[in-house]
Design a protein around this ligand. Structure first.
Ligand SMILES: *Cc1c(COP(=O)(O)O)cnc(C)c1O
Length: 467
């Protein structure tokens, strides 16, 4: 789970940091370690009630362990506990935040930008849509039906009209449907998801950008999960074109706490035009702001923010720079390779029907059966069987539409509008080398599920499907 030497490295660096303040009169925190340890022991026992997110056998939800350097850097910063709301509260970490955020902007091809870290993707998206509302008051926000549910909810919070655009059979925003809506003249901003949370699909950003020749609208990219994959070689021409067009967007959200190896509490919002900083400022709305002139509290809706998050991100990017040929990108590539191998293995399995070839590192499949309800029940059984073997998967309801090229929409299979599928996120680079062991356990879980279903009566299977 962790290398105990980590803590001696941390101890040395905390001592070094403490010595920088030697000019102050000696001061020692009054802490009773015996009492602290008693409580920590109770906490440690409680923390055992978790899925093993740190282990390659956990491949369920989008959870990726922070890199050891992020963990250590965060802990080191906590001994100062800076607040990046303002320079007063966090001088050093404010500078580190600007540097780290500029590196993320450069990863997307932006040499100039305005941006900062947030508590997560939700708040980062909220700021982007809030700026969009300021720029085009009264206009609506459009996003694909596979966009993160947060956009619809944020739009309600901000009192912006929300327009849900259908996706095509490949899980990408339907550009023709978007154009029909754009023609009505109501849409002010289109949210383009690069890496949908369900399936990792990319909206066709290049085609959506092309619509700006005819219609006037902003483009906000939600790359909370998928953004870092812009460092990797995409397999299909479609995804290469989408990723290569990011530079032309107006705002971008990416979550360092999703694929950027950070502990939770680290999202990032970027604006291409630094002048949008004026919307954050109430007393002088027409000043021109360059990103260097403002301190972070003036360009963020959140006030107190952890300087430790900036320190951790900065340190991680020092160790693992965001370059296409670096170790960080190579690790992401391992996740993609693992997803592709698992997909190919499942595609050859007569018990499974794969849903979409993976674009990033999410794999989705359903259990072969003669009806959607039975298939859903089987998926639940596979999920339970795998968990009993310590292999942790996830379940997701997949709409009929995304299976159109595998199961005809009018097929007798469809006794339900969607089907429960198995879903895995192969976010840890170690998933690549662990794949053979993972497949062995998965095979056992699927074989047992089929044996189980064959010995039961169809009525029982139906009831299972209601769970
Ligand atoms: C995770 C995610 C979000 C929400 O981000 P949080 O960091 O969980 O608040 C938004 N959009 C997409 C595409 C995501 O994957």
């Amino acid at each position: 789970m962790f290398n105990p030497d980590e803590l001696s490295v941390l101890g040395r660096q905390i001592a070094g940091l403490a010595s920088s303040f030697d000019a102050l009169p000696a001061y020692r925190e009054n802490n009773n370690l015996a009492q602290i340890e008693t409580v920590l022991q109770a906490l440690s026992a409680k923390m055992a009630d978790n899925y093993p997110y740190f282990h390659p056998f956990y491949l369920g939800q989008m959870l990726k362990p922070p890199h050891p350097i992020a963990r250590l850097a965060y802990s080191l910063c906590l001994y100062i506990n800076p607040n990046n709301h303002a320079l007063d509260g966090g001088r050093a970490t404010s500078a580190l935040e600007k540097e780290a955020v500029a590196d993320i902007a450069r990863m997307f091809g932006w040499l100039d930008h305005l941006g900062h870290l947030t508590s997560g993707g939700t708040f980062a998206n909220l700021e982007a849509l809030w700026v969009a509302k300021n720029i085009a008051p009264g206009k609506s926000v459009a996003a694909s039906e596979l966009a993160h549910y947060t956009h619809e909810r944020i739009s309600r919070v901000l009192d912006i009209k929300f327009d849900k655009i259908p996706c095509d059979a490949r899980g990408r925003m339907d550009v023709a449907a978007l154009e029909t809506r754009l023609r009505e003249g109501e849409i002010g901003t289109v949210v383009v998801t690069l890496g949908t949370t369900l399936a990792g699909t990319l909206d066709p950003l290049d085609a959506i950008l092309a619509l700006r020749k005819t219609y006037d609208f902003r483009i906000h990219i939600d790359a909370a999960y998928g953004g870092y994959f812009s460092l990797c070689k995409m397999v299909t021409a479609d995804s290469r074109r989408a990723m290569a067009s990011i530079v032309q967007a107006d705002s971008i959200v990416v979550d360092p706490h999703k694929h950027g190896l950070q502990p939770y509490g680290c999202g990032c919002v970027l604006f291409r035009d630094p002048a949008v900083g004026s919307y954050y400022k109430h007393d002088s709305p027409y000043t021109y702001f360059s990103s260097d002139e403002l301190h972070l509290g003036e360009i963020s809706l959140e006030c107190s923010r952890p300087g430790a998050a900036a320190g951790a991100l900065w340190a991680t990017q020092k160790l693992l720079p965001l370059t296409p040929d670096g170790e960080f990108a190579a690790a992401l590539q391992c996740s993609r390779d693992a997803a592709m191998s698992l997909f190919q293995w499942l595609a050859l399995d007569k018990d499974c029907v794969t849903v979409l070839e993976p674009t990033l590192d999410i794999v989705l499949w359903l259990m072969a059966s003669d009806s959607a309800k039975k298939s859903s029940a089987l998926a639940q059984t596979v999920f339970d069987n795998a968990a009993a073997l310590n292999l942790h998967l996830a379940l997701a309801r997949v709409p009929k539409k995304l299976l159109a090229d595998k199961i005809a929409p009018d097929s007798a299979f469809w006794d339900d509008d969607d089907v429960v599928c198995l879903r895995v996120c192969l976010m840890k680079p170690a998933h690549k080398t662990w794949l053979p062991t993972i497949q062995q356990h998965l095979r056992a879980a699927m074989t047992a599920a089929h044996a189980d279903i064959q010995t039961r009566q169809p009525a029982e299977v139906g009831q299972d499907g209601e769970r």
